[in-house]
Write a protein of this length. Structure first.
Length: 500
């Protein structure tokens, strides 16, 4: 077979799920975790960066018509799946407190639900008294425009209401500048209205949500409000992120009692750990959750599925996807037809698959599918460059030789270091840069010298770098050592060995 021609006609897909398009469905690994999510048994999906949260989110979006027609579940994105996040505007002008954020989330979800029902009734030429009253309340309060707004517009309307109207209304009324008499400009409260407010027509956001839930019950529709990319939306402000997400989870718990409304949240597990570590008593009540995890067999399946998605590969190896995917043994055999048995040769050396997984794992020891896909794509490019320079073909049936696989790592390391680690932790970049060219294993004393800080401070910084996955902490608590995983070594030109 012409291996160069095969590689030219082969792709392993995109690292980022949002760029995969319709191809994602054909090589998505339908795990038990996915089945729980699509069944509606899970509301909160945690996972490390690059673990596949956005892939699951994208597939959930692609299943919208099936869910709507077969199960009467309507999936509504509460955040833009691509482009500028709807919540990005809050970074420059955020709510002042967690309570304000709680009101914002509640009003925003209320608006999304009402907007959907308004379109549903219009399309079906039907009506519902409860829903009509809620929609009228929202239009009167300026929360719902006569014509549907984009997500950012609805979010801005909710934020304006929380700030300028709702909080002041709960404490009293505005004064008419002409007559001096009290003038109420809004009729929705974020808390339970007082008896006097109720007599004047005030109603709580919770009451309006309950009425929309009843309306959904009558038409036998369940709405899933889905949130992803929250790490992107609030990345530049840790305090804003903390307030926003703590408030979000409290509102999630508030809405659990509503059988026709579900909030679905996709969130990085390190961000969740940060919220909990600062004290969050409600955490024990959040039980409808799972954390995405990948074992070697599921990652092998991922590689094989993406390879089999290419007609050139299937034709050259005379296989069909169904015949290979039918068993784990066939997948392993097929993998080692494409790849050499080992990258580093020797009795004590690992297999190629183990080698690859160890190179895409960060300090948490968890290999990320995103970086594994990047290794495959980069190895393809390195192998093709070898052909351009007159290099020989890999031995036997292999599409890749050891040099191409090893040669993929510098690019993968550089992109992960610059576009993920440093981009998300700019306050740690100074310390990371000072490690360039140093040994792969450090201790508090060596780091103290490198960073020119006291040992206690060096340990604090090293523990922060451990938390974000740059270091793997080893050794006893009293004498820790900090080991840099293979994933980040090329980016900083690190040297194998222990610092003195």
């Amino acid at each position: 077979m012409d291996k160069r021609a095969i590689l030219l006609g082969t792709t392993f897909g995109q690292r980022v799920a949002e760029e995969e398009g319709d191809d994602l469905r054909s090589y998505f690994v339908e795990t038990e975790q996915w089945r729980k999510i699509i069944a509606g048994d899970v509301d909160i999906v945690y996972g490390p960066k690059g673990s596949g949260k956005s892939a699951i989110y994208s597939l959930l979006q692609s299943e919208r018509e099936v869910l709507r027609l077969k199960r009467r579940i309507v999936v509504i994105p509460a955040e833009n799946p691509r482009g500028t996040p709807a919540f990005r505007d809050l970074v420059d002008d955020p709510p002042a407190t967690e309570d304000e954020f709680r009101g914002l989330w509640k009003l925003y979800f209320l608006t999304l639900l009402a907007n959907y029902l308004r379109r549903h009734y219009s399309a079906t030429y039907t009506t519902d008294a409860d829903a009509d009253q809620v929609i009228d309340h929202l239009i009167s309060a300026g929360l719902l425009a006569p014509e549907p707004l984009a997500l950012r517009g609805m979010l801005k309307a909710a934020l304006d209401y929380v700030r300028k109207r709702a909080l002041s209304v709960e404490g009293g009324a505005q004064v008419d500048p002409v007559t001096g008499a009290p003038r109420f400009t809004a009729k929705i409260t974020l808390g339970e209205p007082t008896v006097a407010q109720r007599e004047m027509g005030f109603v709580s956001a919770d009451n309006l949500i309950e009425r929309l839930n009843s309306a959904l019950e009558r038409v036998n529709i369940t709405v899933w409000l889905v949130l992803d990319r929250l790490d992107v939306a609030f990345a530049t402000s840790p305090s804003l992120e903390r307030n926003a997400l703590r408030a979000l989870f409290r509102v999630y718990l508030d809405l659990l009692a509503h059988t026709r409304i579900a909030i679905k949240i996709f969130l990085r597990d390190d961000i969740w750990r940060k919220i909990v570590s600062e004290g969050f008593r409600e955490a024990s009540h959040i039980t409808r959750s799972l954390t995405i995890s990948w074992d070697p067999q599921s990652l092998l399946n991922l590689i094989v599925r993406r390879a089999l998605h290419n007609e050139a590969v299937c034709s050259s190896y005379a296989v069909t996807p169904d015949s290979i995917l039918a068993s784990a043994d066939e997948q392993s055999k097929f993998f080692y037809r494409m790849f050499p048995l080992q990258v580093d040769i020797g009795q004590k050396q690992t297999s190629t698959l183990e080698w690859m997984l160890s190179r895409v794992a960060d300090g948490s020891k968890r290999p990320a599918p995103r970086e594994l896909i990047h290794v495959l794509s980069s190895a393809r490019d390195v192998q093709l460059r070898s052909y351009e320079l007159g290099g020989s073909e890999p031995p036997a049936e292999c599409l890749f030789d050891k040099t191409a696989i090893k040669g993929s790592l510098p690019e993968v390391s550089k992109i992960r270091f610059e576009q993920t680690l440093c981009a998300e932790n700019p306050d740690l970049k100074t310390y990371l840069d000072r490690l360039e060219g140093e040994k792969t294993q450090q201790n508090p004393e060596s780091l103290s010298h490198l960073w020119d800080v006291p040992i206690e401070r060096a340990t604090e910084i090293a523990d922060q770098l451990t938390e974000v996955g740059f270091f793997e902490r080893r050794g006893p608590k009293e004498q820790p050592v900090y080991w840099v995983p293979f994933l980040y070594r090329d980016a900083l030109n690190l040297v194998q060995g222990s610092a003195e």
